[in-house]
Design a protein around this ligand. Structure first.
Ligand code: AMP
Length: 364
């Protein structure tokens, strides 16, 4: 069972059929396909399976009860919304129960959706006894990598946080402040911190409503004796474009009308040296607008510094779509310790949250 994309109802372009030949190649055997999940075909085909045979069901997200979110018309009252949600929860359980009847053992290996309480990723586990539900190899290795970094890290432990917004990473930063020796901050979120400290950021990205929070995080880092490294210089552009004119200024002196889109040389040097003397490294989020060649240098430099530290024996965990893309773009995937396959799921686990897909099996 699996899903593909975010279909709304049955949509052929999200069919799992194209997966079949790939699956067959990997398994080295024929794979049967049921073009539904809950209808007669799926029921009959799963019942007829012989030992060693493999059956793939159609995209589980063709059914709204998989995600458990009711499809509501506009203008419904709060009462109606509540009732529809409750009814959908019942349908979600029914789906989970029906699917669980197809098999004796439940193996969940969908780490990327482990933070979702969907029928097939979490609810289904309730219908299997403890000895017949388990994680697959992927979830097991994701958990081992994250637990090693969170609970069994060698010092110094450096976390590198980047990306557009502070608001997406607040909980992670707060949790990490209890664990790391060094916290490096780069990317768009930099400028909210710089502005909060009274710097000039021009037109750079800034979350005005998070200025106080940025100051609180700086205070908390001090309290916890975490070395907080913010960029000291900034590569700026006169427009958000790869063809823009650029300038380098101190990170707290971006000219009016300009935007900081990457870290610059002095920062690269400092960040690289901190990273290269670390023994545990966690990276989530790019240092600049790395999708544009002109503003990708900082992110590339961080990726290379992590690879260099890893070569010297550090353990490095990379998560989040953009950091993973940067690692891959620079051909460094096999030069770091672990590249996570789950953006949101990894973030939530590292924040200290319980993931429905994990607790459904591990039970805590
Ligand atoms: P996130 O999804 O929060 O990890 O953010 C990733 C996005 O942040 C990428 O698409 C980057 O282009 C963007 N980004 C990184 N640095 C900056 C910056 N200085 N200004 C604007 N966007 C940025």
């Amino acid at each position: 069972m699996s899903h593909l994309g975010r279909p709304e109802g049955r949509m052929e372009k999200y069919s799992l059929k194209p997966v079949l030949p790939v699956l067959e190649k990997h398994l080295g055997k024929k794979v049967l396909f049921a073009d539904d999940c809950l209808g007669e075909t799926a029921v009959n085909m799963s019942a007829a399976l012989k030992p060693g045979e493999v059956l793939l069901l159609e995209n589980v997200r063709f059914y709204p009860e998989e995600e458990g979110k009711p499809v509501l018309p506009e203008n419904v009252t709060d009462e109606e919304k509540k009732a529809a949600k409750a009814a959908m929860k019942v349908k979600q359980k029914e789906m989970a129960k029906k699917l669980s009847g197809y098999a004796e053992v439940y193996v969940n290996d969908a780490f990327g959706t482990a933070h979702r309480a969907h029928a097939t990723t979490a609810v289904m586990a309730d219908y299997f006894p403890a000895e017949n539900k388990m994680f697959g190899f992927l979830i097991n290795s994701e958990l081992a990598a994250m637990d090693k970094v969170l609970n069994n890290s060698q010092r110094p432990f450096t976390a590198i946080m980047g990306g557009a917004k502070v608001s997406d990473k607040i909980m992670l930063i707060e949790n990490l402040l209890n664990r790391v020796d060094n916290l490096i901050i780069g990317g768009g979120m930099t400028y909210t911190f710089i502005k909060a400290m009274g710097g000039k950021i021009g037109k750079s990205l800034c979350e005005e409503d998070k200025l106080d929070l940025a100051l609180q995080l700086i205070e908390k880092a001090k309290e916890k004796k975490v070395n907080l490294y913010l960029p000291v210089d900034s590569l700026n552009a006169d427009k958000f474009d790869n063809e823009a004119n650029t300038s380098i200024t101190a990170a707290d002196a971006v000219e009016d009308g300009w935007l900081g889109l990457d870290i610059a040389e002095k920062t690269i040097e400092k960040f690289s040296s901190v990273i290269e003397s670390s023994k545990t490294i966690l990276w989530n989020g790019p240092m600049g607008v790395f999708e544009m060649e002109k503003f990708s240098k900082g992110t590339t430099a961080v990726a290379k510094a992590i690879a260099a530290a890893t070569a010297k024996g550090a353990y490095s965990l990379i998560g989040g779509g953009d950091s993973v893309a940067a690692i891959n773009k620079n051909g460094l995937a096999d030069k770091v310790s672990y590249v996570s396959t789950g953006g949101g799921a990894m973030l939530e686990y590292m924040e200290g949250k319980k993931l429905p897909g994990i607790t459904a099996i591990r039970g805590e």
